[in-house]
Design a protein around this ligand. Structure first.
Ligand code: AMP
Ligand code: GLY
Length: 274
């Protein structure tokens, strides 16, 4: 353990240089958002994770939604707002329930499921006026409420090749018997009972590959692990969000299932020989 904070990317770089660290694996989203991969690459250091541009899939929900829409990847219908008044006006007319999301990183707390218009207004106020997530709330995404079972789907990719997909489910709610508030995950399990190779192929073809190809068309190569947060609606799986990392606590249930040595996989992602 070394007492360097995850947002001190210069400090991490200096540490890696000083101690001749020849492989860095990034766990959390904050250093990815700050461009730690670009920084280490610039110094010729090996690092596993997406660049700052690629990490926008997680760091900006508006970016992710634009990409999903442009490449016709199944997701909830949504609109992005930079104007507080336009957002407020929109929720006066939209269907209820409605989901209000801060655009930027909010440690998994930036999503409000509003059951009433008042709750939607409160969420917009908190994010855009009170700024409880700071500049992460400069923009918001307001999206259609979807229902269904949720599943997290993970793939290693080197920008060209994609690994087999692995799926996990979170126990989201706090307290015994899941009666508490939503969290980033109290625990998780893998694979889910409903996971089949047909479903895997469908998600690969309709979601994972078009997302990576879409990024490529935008001039962005994604290398690392792609984590798609999906919901199984009656119309099929749809994207709720993307993360650019292993997931906490999902990492604990997906890595033990890996048959290949992790370092071998990671090096092949970095060297684009997956
Ligand atoms: P996100 O950070 O976008 O994955 O949202 C966190 C959680 O909010 C998800 O895991 C879902 O439980 C819920 N959620 C997000 N978007 C929606 C939506 N459009 N409809 C229903 N629930 C949602
Ligand atoms: N378990 C959700 C996350 O890591 O974002």
């Amino acid at each position: 353990m070394t007492p360097i904070q995850p947002d001190d990317v210069e400090g991490l770089l200096n540490f890696a240089i000083k101690h001749k660290i020849n492989l860095t694996i990034v766990g959390p989203e904050v250093p990815l958002a700050l461009g730690i991969v670009d920084l280490f690459n610039g110094q010729g250091l090996q690092i596993f994770g997406p660049t700052k541009a690629a990490a926008q899939l997680e760091t900006s929900k508006a970016f992710a939604k634009d990409l999903l829409k442009k490449y016709r990847i199944p997701t909830a219908q949504s609109q992005t707002f930079e104007s507080y008044t336009s957002a407020k006006r929109y929720v006066d007319k939209c269907n209820i329930p409605i989901v209000v999301k801060a655009d930027g990183l909010a440690s998994g707390k930036g999503v409000y499921i509003a059951q009433t218009r008042d709750q939607a207004h409160d969420a917009i106020n908190l994010i855009m006026k009170t700024k409880i997530f700071g500049s992460a709330g400069n923009r918001i995404v307001i999206e259609e409420y979807l229902s269904g079972e949720e599943v997290s789907v993970f793939a290693f990719t080197d920008g060209n090749q994609v690994s087999q997909l692995i799926a996990a489910c979170d126990y989201k709610r706090a307290y015994d018997t899941g009666e508490g508030p939503n969290t980033g995950g109290m625990g998780s399990y893998s694979p889910p009972t409903f996971w089949t190779s047909t479903l895997e192929n469908m998600i690969l073809k309709d979601i994972v590959l078009p997302t990576l190809k879409g990024l490529e068309k935008e001039g962005i190569t994604y290398k690392g692990i792609l984590y798609a947060g999906l919901i199984m609606t009656s119309e099929g799986p749809k994207v709720l969000e993307f993360n650019c990392r292993f997931g906490d606590p999902e990492c604990q249930v997906i890595l033990p299932r890996l048959k290949t040595d992790l370092i071998e996989v990671i090096l092949s992602v970095i060297n684009q020989t997956l």
